[in-house]
Design a protein around this ligand. Sequence first.
Ligand code: NAP
Ligand code: HSE
Length: 338
Amino acid sequence: MKTIHLALMGAGTVGQALLELLPTHQARFQALGLELKLARILVRDRSKPRPGVPAHLLTDEPKGFLEGADLLVEVAGGTAQAGEVVLEALARGLPVVTANKALLAERWDALREHAEAGRLHYEASVMAGTPVLGALQSLWGNQTLALHGIVNGTCSYIIQRLEEGATYAEAFAEAGALGYLEADPTLDVGGIDAAHKICVLGRLTVDPGLAWAEVQRRTRGIAHLTPQMLRQARAEGYAIRLVASLYPSPEGWVGAVRPVRLPQEHPLVQLGSGRNALVYQGHPVGSLVFAGPGAGGGVTASAVLGDIYRALSGQPGHRPLPAPAPLPAQPAPAFEEV
Ligand code: NAP
Ligand code: HSE
């Protein structure tokens, strides 16, 4: 039996859900010849009440946190401290599992070589427990034409509840209670979280060098949407959704996030309302649709745990596309922005 010492950064919504899941998987790890032991848990504030979290393992000191660790799981969020810890782990040769799309999107220059080497596992970073990153890597045999997704659970939920007649304040509070919100929820409603995710998706499917600044420049959120606008669209046979897209332009592949009008029968409306959905268009495979829950503690922790299995079985992490995909001859039809 080989003992694996796991260093966990973050014990919030996702971290605590992971801590609940881990003991239920000990027998399966043992069947792989592995005994999983928590080494330390790094948080900001050790004095916070955290039922079910082993208090003796908590630390608020990043220095020494990785000593003796065999694997880092980062579910803290943010780009500064989380970035330093992740880069230190990678420099030590540890595999890293992370759900942190902000870090992946914004500090790609430092992380890219490690992702290329297969040391970074990040299935949970996009669509949480709905596994799309592995699936997109299996589509490299296609000419990608476009990709469109509802990838922010908070906005998807808020829009659905507004359509059902809830107030914005009610919908926002419910999304918080469900564990959907980022620590800074302006990232959700401002479209930035979806922009982080389309960056991650873009580097796996169309351009490994897709630049965060370019995607950020083409990002808008949902703050200006009103129930009246949603009702009007519905009366005309449409629905307004926050859609993150990858599409070709004469200058290269573009990543963008904005609210758009979609026909009611569009798969993103039919399958993505209140949750997440993705439509991939490629040749020769055609149009593929993925849909499922894209936020929440348990759902996200399940994907983190899936990555832990992969990392500990020696499987590589999520590698970006080796080179930019060729631009398709036909431009993709544009959606109507709202
Ligand atoms: P959260 O509830 O805010 O928890 C964050 C945890 O990380 C807390 O325990 C916090 O410590 C700790 N932390 C934050 N900054 C830290 C720092 N600088 N140093 C040490 N510890 C720090 O967040 P969450 O919802 O679990 O999300 C965690 C990550 O998963 C984020 O990257 C998020 O984008 C991603 N994610 C979340 C979901 C979701 O549905 N929630 C889904 C997919 C991906 P304290 O408790 O002491 O404050
Ligand atoms: N805040 C994010 C969302 C969590 O609402 O989609 C999942 O990444």
